[in-house]
Design a protein around this ligand. Structure first.
Ligand code: ZN
Ligand code: ZN
Length: 410
């Protein structure tokens, strides 16, 4: 057993999800990682959890379902499946998810079935999703190595060695070393991210202008009263947690109808297991009106993604990550958004986080009116590059360099 796993489990329970005495913890975990799940359960009860509810998943079985189950099941759901999540969220449970999957494990399935399933199930779990998206309840996603994922990341390396290398990479991003206290390292990291987001919030930019040599030339307006978020979050009950581990980003919401121009992706984008190396979106008044990809099939996949509902064709996130951030410096492609988004500035189409003052308590209609996009989807895509420049424009017309050559200008 890798001795780092003990530190990792403790870090996720004490800092990542930060489960409280008397609180219920829900753990989503692949069956292959049962041993780690048991460590998490033991740590959770050590921390005083009231109950741990396990939700096991299995990518191979999901694949069989998409390939062979009766077609009509993808348009229906059983209410108890939605009730489980909605009721647990209402009770104030915390949700910890372990991601450990083969990036190609869903290749060849009918992607339309996944889309139909989200369309059927998404609205039914709106209450749970809403509480999670607005950080009312603690939630945390973290990863463990999976053998096909490791082999894809380190081609030509024997399997055991590749898994070990992936574990080394994950531990580096998690700030776990043989002799440190990773919880203390994370408290310091969170403090640094907090200082940077306060500074950006104080600038109160009207818009950001992105330019690079790949052909990105995009203007993103920001809503009134927006603030920048990142690092640790604080739940409705005042509990600090880290929703994504690792995390290096500072983010806010774009103004729904205030995005214009063209943006070119800079890292592979995963649509249900299919990897799209490069694509571009053109925006007019917030809406994606043009999709470019070299492969026509990839263009169709992207077009299906942004047609999931009305809000799917609008942006919901603008995130800043220095080109020199630790994950970027590793210069490894993880084929996993959880890691790769931290190597690059990114945008997301779909739902926004309610990053305007009072946003967490607004109704859906009020959020839309405040310029915050609403959707059942939220998909990050990477736009950072070594030569990216971002200029902030203040409400009195002042231009402030935010990014120069891929990194923060201040
Ligand atoms: Zn992000
Ligand atoms: Zn995102």
């Amino acid at each position: 057993m890798d001795p780092r796993l003990d530190k990792y489990a403790k870090l996720l329970i004490d800092v990542g999800i930060h489960v409280q005495p008397g609180q219920t913890l829900v753990i989503n975990c692949p069956v292959e990682k049962a041993e780690f799940a048991r460590m998490l359960v033991r740590e959770a009860y050590r921390a005083g959890a009231r109950e741990v509810v396990m939700r096991w998943n299995d990518q191979a079985i999901s694949r069989e379902t998409y390939l062979h189950a009766a077609d009509e099941i993808f348009d229906t759901f059983r209410p108890w499946q939605a009730d489980q999540l909605n009721i647990l969220a209402r009770e104030g449970a915390a949700f910890l998810s372990i991601d450990s999957s083969d990036p190609d494990g869903m290749n060849g399935i009918d992607h339309a079935r996944q889309v139909r399933q989200s369309r059927a199930f998404g609205p039914a779990v709106r209450e749970y999703r809403e509480m999670q998206m607005s950080d009312k309840v603690q939630w945390c996603i973290a990863a463990l190595p999976e053998k096909n994922w490791a082999k894809k990341m380190f081609p030509g390396v024997p399997e055991d060695e590749a898994v070990e290398k992936l574990m080394d990479a994950i531990c580096a991003t998690m700030r776990i070393t043989p002799d440190n206290d990773p919880a203390e390292a994370w408290r310091q990291h969170n403090a640094e991210l907090n200082a940077r987001k306060r500074k950006l919030t104080e600038f109160n930019f009207k818009s950001l202008h992105y330019v690079n040599s790949l052909g990105t030339d995009l203007t993103i307006e920001l809503p009134e009263n927006h603030y920048w978020d990142g690092g640790n979050s604080v739940s409705a009950k005042g509990v600090s947690f880290n929703a994504n581990m690792p995390t290096e980003e500072i983010f806010t919401a774009p103004k729904r109808d205030g995005v214009n121009g063209r943006v070119v992706s800079t890292k592979p984008f995963d649509v249900g297991g299919e990897i799209i190396d490069r694509f571009a979106f053109t925006f007019r008044d917030g809406k994606i009106v043009g999709v470019e990809a070299d492969d026509p099939h990839h263009r169709e996949l992207l077009e299906a993604e942004i047609a999931l509902d009305e809000g799917a064709a609008y942006l919901g996130e603008v995130a800043l990550v220095p080109y020199d951030s630790p994950i970027s410096r590793m210069d490894a492609l993880f084929y996993d958004t959880l890691f790769d988004e931290n190597a690059s500035c990114h945008l997301a189409f779909g739902a926004s986080y309610p990053t305007v003052r009072g946003g967490a308590d607004m109704t859906e209609e009020e959020r839309l009116a405040a310029g915050l996009n609403q959707s059942i989807t939220h998909e990050d895509f990477m736009v950072g590059s070594a030569d990216l420049s971002i200029t902030g424009v203040t409400h009195d017309g002042r231009e402030v360099p935010v990014f120069v050559d891929g990194n923060f200008a201040f």
